[in-house]
Design a protein around this ligand. Structure first.
Ligand code: F6R
Ligand code: MG
Ligand code: MG
Length: 367
C-alpha cells in the first residue's frame, strides 16, 4: 500500500477588522483551488479552515513530503485568497506572501509547513494543532510533555509499546542545522536546548523502538526570511495518536497548562497559550491572548474523516480561566519586560528604528 502524506500548509493573507479573522470568502477561494487539485488527482482529500487570521490547508495525498505539485496547489490557493483579500481591501492582504515566483516549494516563501509521510495503521487517528498570535517554538513544551513526561503521558510508564521512549529532532533555526536526541536517556540534553524555544525548535518526533514517525511541526521563521517583522510565524503541528502512541487525552492534557509563549500584541509580548474551540479562535484582548485549536481526524486510505473540535469542552474551562488570570497579570506590566519580549527578540520589529533615533542624544558620563 502506498504511503499517506498529510500536509498542513498555513498562511496569513488578510483578515477582517485588522489581524482578527479570515472571512469565508477567502476560505472558499482556497477550497475552490484545492477541489480542483483533488479532481485532478494531486491530492486525495482536504479540509480548509482558519485559526484567527491564518488560513490552514490540511491536505491528504500519496505524493510524499515536499512534493512540488502539492506545494504549488497550496501556493495557488493562497494567491487566490490574497487576490480576494485585495479586492475586499482586507487588512494585511497578501501579508505572508513574501515571494512572487513559485520555485518548487512554499518553504522560504512565507507559508508555514508541517508534513508527515507514513504507512497508515489499520486505524489512523491524528490531531492537528494550530496557533494564532504565537510563534515557532510554542510546541516545545507541550511536545516534550506529550512524548517525554510521564506526569502528562501515563503510557510512557504503562504501555510496553511506548516504554522505550521517543526520539526528538531539534532544529537550530538560526544555523539551519538539527540534532536528534533520545528520551528518556538524553532528556537533560534535550531540555538544555528546547528550553530556548527561540532558537531550538522540536521539528519531529519518532518512536524510538521502530522509528515510527509520530509528530511534525512547522519551523518557518518569517523574520529570518524577510529580514524584518512581517507578522508572527503562527505554528502548526501534526501528531499521530493511540495504540502505542500517546492517547488523544495525553496529547490534550499537555494544554491544560497555558504556558507563556512569545507573540500576542505586535508579536512582541509574552502571553499564555489558551486552548480554545474553533468558534473562539479569534484574538481580541490586546490582539490575544495567544490561542491554540486542536482538530481530530481519522485518516482512511488518505481521506480525512472529521474533524472534531477537541478543546470545545468544559474540561478546558479551567485552563482558559488560568490563561485569563495570567493574561491579566502579564498585561499589568504594560511596556515592561518580562511582558514585553527582551531586545534580541524585538530585533526585527519596528522598535530598533525608534531606539536609533535616540542614539545622538546619549551623552558620555562625566562630560
Ligand atoms: C501580532 C499581530 C498584531 C499586529 C498589530 C499591529 O501577530 O498580528 O498584534 O502586530 O495589530 O498591526 P499593524 O502594524 O499592522 O497595525
Ligand atoms: Mg495578520
Ligand atoms: Mg496569525
Amino acid at each position: 500500500m502506498a504511503k499517506t502524506t498529510i500536509s498542513i500548509i498555513k498562511c496569513d493573507v488578510g483578515s477582517i477588522a485588522g489581524h482578527h479573522v479570515v472571512p469565508q470568502e477567502l476560505l472558499d477561494a482556497c477550497r475552490d483551488v484545492l477541489a480542483r487539485g483533488r479532481d485532478e488527482g494531486t491530492i486525495v482529500d482536504f479540509y480548509v479552515t482558519n485559526c484567527g487570521d491564518d488560513i490552514e490547508l490540511i491536505m491528504s495525498h500519496r505524493r510524499g513530503e515536499e512534493d512540488s505539485k502539492v506545494h504549488e496547489l497550496a501556493w495557488e490557493a493562497f494567491k487566490a485568497a490574497a487576490e480576494r483579500a485585495k479586492e475586499m481591501h482586507l487588512y494585511g492582504a497578501g501579508q505572508d506572501i513574501l515571494k512572487t515566483a513559485f520555485a518548487g516549494t512554499v518553504k522560504g516563501m512565507g507559508p508555514g509547513v508541517a508534513e508527515l509521510e507514513f504507512e497508515e495503521r489499520p486505524s489512523e487517528p491524528i490531531v492537528v494543532l494550530m496557533a494564532d498570535k504565537s510563534s515557532v517554538g510554542a510546541w516545545n513544551m507541550p511536545l516534550f510533555r506529550i512524548f517525554a513526561d510521564p506526569f502528562c503521558t501515563a503510557g510512557l510508564v504503562i504501555d510496553p509499546a511506548m516504554h522505550d521512549g521517543f526520539r526528538f529532532r531539534v532544529m537550530d533555526v538560526i544555523e539551519g542545522t538539527y540534532v536528534e536526541l533520545n528520551c528518556p536517556e538524553e532528556m537533560y540534553d534535550l531540555l538544555a536546548l528546547i528550553g530556548d524555544p527561540h532558537r531550538y525548535v522540536i521539528e519531529r518526533v519518532f518512536r524510538k523502538r521502530d522509528g515510527l514517525p509520530c509528530a511534525v511541526t512547522s519551523t518557518t521563521v518569517l523574520s529570518l526570511i524577510a529580514g524584518k517583522y512581517v507578522g508572527k510565524d503562527d505554528p502548526v503541528a501534526l501528531i499521530r495518536i493511540q495504540h502505542g502512541l500517546p492517547a488523544l487525552g495525553e496529547v490534550l492534557e499537555a494544554f491544560s497548562f497555558p504556558h507563556l509563549v512569545p507573540g500576542w500584541m505586535r508579536g512582541s509580548h509574552y502571553g499564555p497559550l489558551m486552548p480554545v474551540s474553533q468558534r473562539d479562535a479569534k484574538c481580541t484582548r490586546f490582539d490575544g491572548p495567544p490561542r491554540v485549536v486542536a482538530l481530530g481526524f481519522q485518516v482512511r486510505d488518505a481521506t480525512l474523516i472529521g474533524p472534531v473540535d477537541l478543546f470545545d469542552d468544559p474540561a478546558f474551562d479551567y485552563a482558559r480561566a488560568i490563561a485569563n488570570q495570567i493574561a491579566n497579570y502579564m498585561r499589568a506590566h504594560g511596556p515592561f519586560e518580562p511582558h514585553r519580549l527582551p531586545p534580541d527578540q524585538l530585533e526585527y520589529t519596528t522598535l530598533p528604528q525608534l531606539l536609533e533615533r535616540l542614539k545622538p542624544r546619549f551623552k558620555k558620563l562625566g562630560k
